[in-house]
Every structure is written in C-alpha cells, then in structure tokens.
Design a protein around this ligand. Structure first.
Ligand code: DOR
Ligand code: ZN
Ligand code: ZN
Length: 448
C-alpha cells in the first residue's frame, strides 16, 4: 500500500511520553505511528528533523468575526493566525454580526467559512429565543452553546432565571456543553452607570466596574441553576480566586463543571494596564497578582481544565478611543499562546503533560471532538510541530491576524511553531502559510 504521506524523525508526544518515531498519514487520518523502517511507502515524505510533535492544538475560545465584522478579522486571516500559532482546530464564538443563534445563521456561517478556512473550525451558537430551536441548532452541528451574562447578546433573556433553567434542562437532554462568560449584567451596569455619572473614563475605572464580585455573582448564579439539571457547564476565562474556588467546590460535589483560563490572566496583571493602557482592556479584565497566583495554583491542582486564547481581534483604532467605555474589549491571542505557554514549560512553571492536556486533550474531551486531542492511529492527522529550543521575540507586526498588536509585543519567548499539519496537509511551514483556504474542515459535534 502507498499512503499519502509520512512524517519522519519526529519526537512525538504519545501517551505521556516523547517518543522518536515516524507518522504515516492516509486520507487525513493517522495511519500508523512507528519506526521509520516500519512505515509504508508514501507519495510524500517530510523530515521533521527531530522537532517536537504535539497533538494538534485546539483553541476552544476564538472570535473569528468575518461577515459583518470582517474588518476586524475574517475566516482567512483568523485561521491563518491559528495555523501560525500551532492551532489545528479552533472553536468560533457566536457574538457576530449577525449573532450565531439559529440553525439558519449557523448554516450560513459554516457556508461562508468552508472555502476560506486553513484549520478546522467548530462553531458555538448563542441561545435562541425559543427553546424549541435548540435541537435544530445541535443537529446543525454546533459544538456547544455560549451564554454571555455581561450583556444581552443572544435570544435567551439573561435576567430570567426560569428561562435559563428551562434552556439548561433542554441542553442537558441534547448533551452539549454551555460555555459561559461569567459577569453579572445588573451589577456591571450599575457600576458603570455610577462611574459614567462621575465622568470617570480611565482604565482603572474599567476595573472598578468589572469587579471580582461581578464575576463571582454570575458564577454562583449559574452553578446554582445548573445543579438542578444534568447539564455540562463550562466557564470561560475565569479570572478570580473566588470564582475559581466556587467552581472547585461545585466540582467536588460532583457537578459536571469545567473551566478555562486565558494566557492573559495567567501572565499579565492589572499592574500591566499602566504600561499598556486601553490596548490591554479585555473582559474580564486583568486582575491583581493574588488572583494570578490563584489561577496558577488552579492550573497545577487540576481545577482548571483548559487554556483558551480568547482571541478577540479589533481594529487598532477601536482600542485607542478617548473614553474607556467606548474601547472594544479584547486582544488577539492565537499567535502568542503557544510560545507563551511553552516558555512557561521551559521555566518549569508547567509540565509538558499539563500543557498538552490544557491545549489539546481536554478541549477535545469537553467539546466531544472524538477524533482529536491525541496522536493515535485512526485520529485526525493534526500535528503541531514545535522547535522547543528556539528563542525569539514576539513581533505583533508580523501577525497573520488583522489585529497586529499585542501586550506581549517584544517579549522574549522560547518554543516556536515550525510547521502546522491540518488533516494531513502542511498548512503552515517556517513562517509562511503553505496551503489554500478550504484545507480546514467545518467541525460538527459528534463527527470529529
Ligand atoms: O475581551 C473580550 N472580548 N471579552 C468578551 O467578552 C468579548 C470579546 C470580544 O468579542 O471582543
Ligand atoms: Zn467572554
Ligand atoms: Zn471571548
């Protein structure tokens, strides 16, 4: 038999060990992993020169924009950024224009993406107004629902506990997870109103609105509602010690609860806002060093399940407006997450096992991407090839993302993405995009 390709001289992360091996690929799947002499003949051979090969990384929290917000990012630029950052699969958030919140908007988003994407993309949906539509959205292939609690985004009234509970009962039946942005709308609005009245418009004022209590309140409220059902609740970008403790307690009492942190909340603190100003405004915001330490502890203990970049690109002009209340929140993250986290591995702050779990295995498990998250025969041939020794400086001007700025611009890091292989195809190679749009697939829940 002649297979499509063989990748030789890999140091691959297999079953919690790094093993010298070759990887044969046929029709986008891993056909065989073994010694070079055991490999079948192949149409194409790629020598990986003993570089580290990780199971393709999965970024469970990405805003790819496009459609009405294509000026910030589109499917081509966003997935180019993903490939350059070593992500072979990303999950796209629904706060788009139009909001992804029906079988029809989901279908149209998938259709728009199809021929443009360089990596695999799965799609979240916001909750629709009518519970009866949930089933169609899941049948349409949504990987999960997103529930934004800071502001009304979807069709589900976030002020109404009964409506949320009803939606939760239905998703429990459908078996998909609900990913939450946990900030309490009412407290946030009240805080903002007071500050605006007092003509407060600085970055410090943003922190005075988006307090730790704002996060905790939303976490507690949703934990309580979810405990009345059998649903799976996933908290996005947890940023506070108290929030994380509440999640830890819920896990202890058997709740189907998982959570994510972002590199931003692990590697920056509110002190960094002095240097970066509005550029580093995001929601939830950067927190005190005590909170940062608590997140690291949660990461080590296993309370934190996954790392998501929360890639949230905006035009630079939208970051430098005169009042903090008009700043578009968020920063790009797809091209900085892997080097930043590999640098933490080099510093012994994180083991390589934990890094792979947080960036690939667990996101695959949480979102039911059964063909991904591990290098194993039969799984999707998604490979992230890393030079673990390469030291370099982050240069945001070279990003493939349309958002060419970063709070990490100029940071010294170690661990560089050299190649990204998606569905068996080389998509990113030595700094360049090596494939055409459409190499990535639309990922539907339950179908890899
Ligand atoms: O920082 C953020 N950016 N937080 C959000 O909740 C939204 C996101 C965005 O879409 O830009
Ligand atoms: Zn969010
Ligand atoms: Zn987000």
């Amino acid at each position: 038999m002649i297979v499509d390709s063989v990748f030789t001289n890999a140091k691959a992360y297999l079953f919690w060990q790094i093993v010298d091996c070759s990887i044969a690929v046929e029709e986008g799947k891993i056909f065989k992993i073994g010694k070079e002499t055991q490999m079948p003949q192949a149409d194409e051979k790629t020598d990986l020169h003993n570089l580290l090969v990780l199971p393709g990384l999965i970024d469970e929290h990405v805003h790819l924009r496009d459609e009405g917000r294509a000026y910030k990012e589109d499917f081509a630029s966003g997935t180019a950024a993903a490939a350059a950052g070593g992500f072979t699969t990303v999950l796209d958030m629904p706060n788009n224009d139009p909001v992804t919140m029906s079988a029809q908007t989901l279908r149209s988003r998938m259709r728009t993406a199809q021929n443009k994407i360089l990596v695999n993309v799965g799609f979240y949906s916001e909750f629709p107004r009518k519970i009866s539509e949930l089933e169609d959205i899941v049948a349409g292939g949504a990987v999960g629902f997103k529930l934004f609690m800071g502001l009304q985004v979807g069709g589900l009234n976030i002020d109404d506990d009964e409506a949320i509970l009803e939606a939760f009962k239905e998703v429990a039946k459908l078996g998909v997870p609900v990913a939450v942005h946990a900030e309490d709308k009412a407290s946030l609005a009240a805080n903002e109103e007071k500050l605006k009245q007092a003509k407060k418009t600085s970055t410090a004022d943003f922190l005075r609105a988006h307090t730790e209590a704002v996060e905790l309140k939303a976490i507690q409220r949703l934990l309580k509602l979810s405990q009345q059902t059998d649903m799976r609740l996933h908290f996005c970008h947890v940023s506070t010690e108290e929030g994380l403790n509440a999640i830890k307690e819920a896990k202890k009492s058997g709740g189907k609860v998982t959570c994510e942190v972002t590199p931003n909340h692990l590697l920056l603190s509110s002190d960094d806002l002095i240097q970066h100003g509005q550029l580093a405004i995001m929601a939830p915001p950067l927190r005190s060093k005590t909170n940062v330490e608590a997140l690291w502890k949660g990461l080590e203990e296993g309370t934190v399940d996954a790392i998501g970049s929360d890639h949230a690109p905006h035009a630079l002009s939208e970051k430098s407006v005169s009042s903090v209340w008009d700043v578009k929140v968020g920063v790009p993250g797809l091209e900085t997450t892997l080097p930043l986290m590999m640098t933490q591995v080099r510093k012994n702050r994180l083991t390589i096992d934990r890094a792979v779990q947080l960036l690939s295995e667990k996101p695959a498990e949480i979102f039911g991407l059964t063909d991904r998250g591990r290098l194993e025969q039969g799984k999707n041939a998604d490979l992230t090839v890393v030079d673990f020794n390469c030291k370099f400086k982050i240069d945001a001007s070279k990003f493939k993302s349309k958002a060419k700025y970063s709070p990490y611009d100029g940071w010294d890091v170690q661990g560089k993405v050299v190649k990204t292989v998606v569905n068996g195809k080389l998509v990113f190679d030595e700094g360049e995009i090596a494939a055409k749009g459409g190499c990535g697939f639309v990922v539907r829940r339950g179908i890899g």
